[in-house]
Design a protein around this ligand. Structure first.
Ligand code: PMP
Length: 281
């Protein structure tokens, strides 16, 4: 089979033959959820967390996944083996399927993509990035639905203006970025918003590995507080830990990557390299 090989509904197919029905309610109404992760050392990173979040997202929108968590996990391992990329990026999408009309779900469609792993340009980690704030909040923020309409609109506007990510602010509280969580460091305390946002797997991992150097706080964080932070960074599967040196026109701290952020980046890397998360250890 020609690579990449994907999984659609009940079989492995070549990417060029991977299709779903045009009447799928995922396409017609955006009724679909997904999750996304990658491999390190050829192994899916925190796979169970990602599959559990996929099921939580599905529950939150009322989508019933017909495969079990264990079945999905087995398909993921098979897909990684079949593609045999040195490292992979994997996306699991479950759509509502084809119903009797454009408002009714049918049998959910399971799609698992597997492509060579995405790598971000190293320059972002050495210089840090600028992010842009907007007043907005994701729809059903605790769920990872496929609806990134606002995200795409904002990124198309602000990336050409030199911003790397867009930060959602709602009622003066910062929430998350279009596809990342945000942290600030203030007086050696590591602070991240909680509430109406996606429970990022990278975010949660950072919170669990940040001690003993940092005390962590998960709480409401105001926009004013962020601007007065010593340091800031964003986290996601794709970006890992990415330093933020400015928000809008405001420099964060001294406008350079801070020592706290550097330490968190190192701790993340050591955690990945330790393979303590790996099934095979
Ligand atoms: N928030 C949103 C809206 C996202 O799309 C993502 C990326 N999945 C994140 C946060 C970060 O989550 P994770 O660390 O699990 O990739």
């Amino acid at each position: 089979m020609e690579k990449p090989i994907y999984f659609v509904q009940d079989k492995f197919v070549e990417k060029k033959n991977a299709f779903i029905h045009v009447n799928d309610i995922g396409l017609l109404r955006g009724f679909a959820v997904f999750d996304y992760f990658k491999t390190y050392f050829g192994e899916p990173f925190h796979l169970t967390d990602h599959i559990q979040r996929l099921f939580r997202s599905a529950d939150l929108v009322g989508l019933k996944i017909h495969h079990s968590q264990n079945e999905i996990s087995k398909i993921v391992y098979k897909l990684i083996e079949k593609n045999n990329f040195s490292e992979s990026s994997i996306r699991i999408v479950v759509t509502g399927g084809v119903g009797t009309d454009s408002r009714s779900p049918g049998i959910p469609t399971l799609i698992i993509y597997c492509d060579p792993r995405n790598e971000l340009d190293n320059k972002f980690y050495t210089t840090g990035v600028k992010i842009k704030s907007v007043q907005d909040i994701r729809d059903i923020p605790l769920a990872k639905t496929i609806n990134y309409t606002h995200a795409i609109k904002y990124l198309s506007e602000f990336i050409p203006k030199g911003f790397f990510e867009v930060l959602y602010v709602f009622n003066d509280l910062i929430l998350e970025c279009t596809s990342s969580n945000i942290f600030i460091i203030k007086n050696n305390r590591l602070i991240t918003p909680k509430g109406n946002l996606l429970s990022g797997i990278t975010r949660n991992l950072i919170l669990s590995i940040c001690s003993p150097e940092f005390e962590a706080e998960e709480r409401e964080v105001t926009f004013t507080e962020v601007l007065a932070a010593d340091e800031s960074f964003i986290t996601s599967t794709d970006k890992e830990v990415l330093p933020v040196v400015a928000i809008d026109d405001n420099q964060i701290g001294n406008g350079k990557i801070g020592t706290g952020t550097e330490l968190i980046m190192k701790k993340f890397r050591s955690y990945v390299d330790s393979k303590v998360w790996s099934k095979s250890t």
